[in-house]
Design a protein around this ligand. Sequence first.
Ligand code: SAM
Length: 389
Amino acid sequence: MEQNSSIEDPPFDFGRLRRFPDVEAPNLFAHDATDELILREASGALSAHDGGRVAIVGDRYGALTLAAATLHGLSGLRVHQDGRSGELALAANAARLGLEGSYSSMPLDAGLVRDAAVVLWQLPRSLEEVAEVAQLISAHASPEVRIFAGGRIKHMTVAMNAVLSQYFSSVIPGRAWRKSRPLVVGEPLATGQRGEGPASDFPKKEYHADLGLWLCAHGATFGGTKVDVGTRFLLGFVDQMRPGAAAAVDLGCGNGTIAAALAKARPALRVTATDQSAAAVAATMETAAANGLADRIDTVRDDALDSFAPASAELIVLNPPFHVGAAVHAGIAHKLFAAAARVLAPGGELWCVYNRHLDYKDALARTVGETSVMGRNSKFTVTKSTKTL
Ligand SMILES: C[S@@+](CC[C@H](N)C(=O)[O-])C[C@H]1O[C@@H](n2cnc3c(N)ncnc32)[C@H](O)[C@@H]1O
C-alpha cells in the first residue's frame, strides 16, 4: 500500500513525553508513528464515546492515553501496560501534563475491557500476546467494539491477522504511514464460532522432563513456556551459588525457570522472583504453584528492584535482557547490574549469564565488585560477582 505523507500532525505535543524511568538514549523514543496513526484512525470513535468506554492496551510510555485524553477531553480511560517501567513513565508523563486523573492502570483481565466500545492497541510482536489480548476483548468488550490497532510494518505479519481473525470477523488493514500500519478490528465472534486456534487458553503450561519442572506463560511472558538457552547453562551452577544462603532473588524472572529450579534444588532456600512484566510475574506464580513450590517462591512486580531495601539480599541470579523493544541496547543490563549492586548485602553474590560476545565482566566488576568467570560455552558466559565489603 502506498505511503500517505499528507496526514497532518495532531495538536498534541508528543515531544514532551519521556521514557523515564525506562532506559533513555538518543536512538530510543517515547512515541512512534504508530501512536499517531492509531489516534487518527480512532478519532471519530473517541469523539463519540465517553472515556469509560475506552480501553488502551500496550501503550508504550503514555502517548495513546495522554493524547486521547487531551485531544478528546476523555477521563476514566482503562489502561494496561505489561511493563512496570512503561506504567511508571505514563504516570510521570501524566503528572507533567496535569493529566493524572484521566486514566487507571489495570491488569490484563476482563475488567480492563468489559463493555468497552473502543480499544486502542499498540500491537505486540508476539502472536501469543496478540492472541491473549484478542481473546479477552472478544469475550468481554461490547459486541459493537472497534479496535484501533497498529504496529511497525516490519513487525506485522499475515499470521497476526490470522490470529485476530480467530476472534473477530472483521480485520481491516489501513493505509501505511511512516513505516507503520493501522488495523481496524471488530465484530467479535461468539465462542462457538471460533476455530481451534494455536492460543486459545492462558496461562500455557509445559512440562520439561530434563529439569523436572512445569513452566507456565502468558502471552507476553518472555520466552513463553520454553527454557531459555542461556538460563539452561546457568542452571548447571545452582549448587555453587552462595551455598548456605537462606534467600535468593530471581531478577527478571520471566516464566520463573530460575526461581523454580533454585527452590527445587535447594529446599532450604526461599526465593523472591521479580520482573517488571505483569505477564512474567503472573506466570512465575503459576509456575511456582504447578511445581508445588508456591510456599517458597514470592513474586514482586517491580522495575529493577525498586521496592527492595538496600543491602538486603545475599544472592541474586540474573539472565539480563539485551534487547530494549526493537532496538538492541545494553542499557537495561547495566540498569539491572546497578540495581543488584544496591540490593546486595556486603559479601552477597550476583550470578549472571550473558551472550559471550557481550563481555559484561568489567562492567560487573565496576558496578558490583570482584567478578569471576565461572563457566563458558560456545555461546554464553556465567559470572559470579561478589559485593564489595
Ligand atoms: C532474558 S529474560 C530472562 C527471563 C527468565 N529469568 C529466564 O531465565 O527465562 C529477562 C527478563 O528481564 C525482565 N526485565 C526487563 N527489564 C526489567 C526491569 N527493568 N526490571 C525487572 N525486570 C526486567 C524481562 O521482562 C524478562 O522477563
